[in-house]
Design a protein. Sequence first.
Length: 133
Amino acid sequence: MRKVLLAGIGLLAFTSAYAQQSAKTPNGQPVPLYKSGQSFAVAGGGTLTITTSAQGLSALGSIPSLAQYATFDVSGCNVVYREDGTAPTSTVGNTLAPNNGSPPYVYQGALANVQFIRASGCASATIFVEYWQ
């Protein structure tokens, strides 16, 4: 599952504050977000408050139909996600650590299937989500 949360292996270019920065994979490896001559536009997003119940991106409203990618900026503490449509638990799934000022995680996959929950021991977490088209 982790392979989808990579960042497009340098094929993405964004026209926001993240342009010419690097994203990171869940294990901390940098992946460039910018390639000269390409650009994507922000198609919406918002802040998702992560709770003790699994929730998908639809909690922010409808996912833009043209969205190809989403960036996730995690704050607070660890979040657990799954991308196969199955709800994660606080201990079962893949972990995203807070970005703490680092560039965001970039998700390329079935946006409607990804779900999040707070990790075990986490008191408060949010994810700032931006959709890109």
